[in-house]
Design a protein around this ligand. Sequence first.
Ligand SMILES: CC(C)(COP(=O)(O)OP(=O)(O)OC[C@H]1O[C@@H](n2cnc3c(N)ncnc32)[C@H](O)[C@@H]1OP(=O)(O)O)[C@@H](O)C(=O)NCCC(=O)NCCS
Length: 202
Amino acid sequence: MPPTTAPALPIRSPIVEPEPAETVLLADGSPLRLRPVRRDDAARLRRMFYRLSPATIYRRFHAPLTAPPERGPGCLIWADLYDRYATVALIGDEIVGVARYDRLTPPGAGGGSDAELAIVVEDAWQRRGVGRLLVARLVAAAGRRRIGQFTGTALGDNRPLLGLVGALFPGASVRLRDGEYQLRLRLSDFAPGPSPAGRGPG
Ligand SMILES: CC(C)(COP(=O)(O)OP(=O)(O)OC[C@H]1O[C@@H](n2cnc3c(N)ncnc32)[C@H](O)[C@@H]1OP(=O)(O)O)[C@@H](O)C(=O)NCCC(=O)NCCS
């Protein structure tokens, strides 16, 4: 695994306090911890990247990356917890999934209410409810930061993402253009579905 020099935006939200961590039991009893990304997550996010299958990497980044992006919106830790926000899901001390939004334009407290959504759950933890929980936390955080709608793009064969969107945003606009689905998800359409087995503080 190559060393990283990945720079991160300072993780701070001058306007809204970061959400507290919570622990939720998955259906199989595994305790999943959910919290905002932290500056010291860089190494955890890098380790998660190297556990992803090529197919999962391609679906998340739309490119056959062999190393995590070190800069820009694709950089997993790039966050200020206001315009760029990421929620991470941990099993033990390892991150197994991350969902993020990036406000489209302009940034800051007077910014627009559309944000691009991106999510990935590592292969071994897919289809266990992690994605659903990550999106729920992200929607709650986004709403507190004046985001009203997520946009996103899914490759034409990305049935898991289309399934997730269909399960959580019944009113979603999903349009196929040039082999990719363009998604528009109003936060007001979010319908979280059944509650997990249990939850508690940090
Ligand atoms: C899309 C993704 C995040 C879903 O995460 P997940 O943790 O597996 O999702 P969950 O287990 O919470 O599933 C929630 C719902 O989504 C749908 N879903 C999830 N995986 C699915 C699949 N393989 N096929 C069809 N529907 C699926 C189901 O409706 C599911 O509810 P159910 O299990 O009660 O039927 C995950 O597959 C992933 O990381 N994919 C690669 C990256 C990617 O495509 N990112 C999107 C572009 S940025």
